[in-house]
Design a protein around this ligand. Structure first.
Ligand code: SAM
Length: 196
């Protein structure tokens, strides 16, 4: 799958990786930083997503669209689409540019709004990548848990590098009888919950 990346896709990914690396050291303000997943995390998401059951594929927290590219690339393999939610107008503009350049627009619906104001529109969710502000992980989990289809996956980023902030949500999910959950030590730590 990864050997089939177009030049445009690879080039945009490399550019976003460079900007993200610079952001972390050059004093760029937190709200302006891209705060992306690692490349290995992107590959992991693609590999998980390509086998997702039927239902919506969603992402909470688009930023400039780096993680969305990994999801959309896998969605394209199976003729599906990713719905990605982003609250910042500045990030939405960057993401639109990303999807246009990478030529993956046909596999992405970019929704400019607070996810928690949009979630009522969703029903059967097959895959959710959760990567927004850490304080909304618990409300996001609560809002989507009952909408996940059997064998659907919730994957939450920053389970190790921001463990303290995520700990209440992680502990609640581990106790939730509807899910099997595990933290995978890849990138910044991916907390995976499978709907039974
Ligand atoms: C860590 S960044 C996402 C990085 C992106 N997933 C990637 O790896 O390329 C978090 C993003 O979530 C957005 N965000 C925060 N709260 C949100 C909300 N309630 N709904 C939608 N997006 C939100 C922020 O504006 C920010 O761009």
């Amino acid at each position: 799958m990864f050997s089939e990346f177009s030049e445009e896709l690879e080039e945009r990914m490399r550019l976003l990786e460079t900007i993200d690396r610079q952001d972390r050291t050059d004093g760029t303000g937190r709200d302006q930083r891209l705060r992306q997943i690692t490349r290995e995390t992107g590959q992991f998401l693609s590999l998980l997503l390509v086998n997702a059951p039927a239902g919506d594929i969603i992402e909470i927290g688009t930023s400039a669209g780096y993680s969305t590219l990994w999801l959309a690339f896998a969605a394209k393999e199976t003729g599906r689409k990713v719905k990605t939610f982003e609250v910042s107008a500045e990030k939405v503009a960057l993401a639109r540019e990303t999807f246009r350049i990478a030529q993956l627009e046909d596999h992405i619906d970019l929704i400019h709004n607070d996810f928690l104001k949009e979630v009522d529109r969703l029903a059967d969710i097959a895959f959710c990548f959760l990567d927004a502000e850490k304080k909304i992980y618990q409300p996001c989990f609560d809002a989507i848990a009952g909408k996940m289809v059997r064998n659907g996956l919730i994957v939450a980023d920053n389970a190790t590098d921001q463990f303290q902030a995520l700990k209440p949500m992680i502990n609640n999910a581990l106790k939730d009888p509807r899910f099997d959950c595990l933290t995978v030590p890849i990138g910044n730590g991916e907390f995976i919950c499978r709907r039974k």
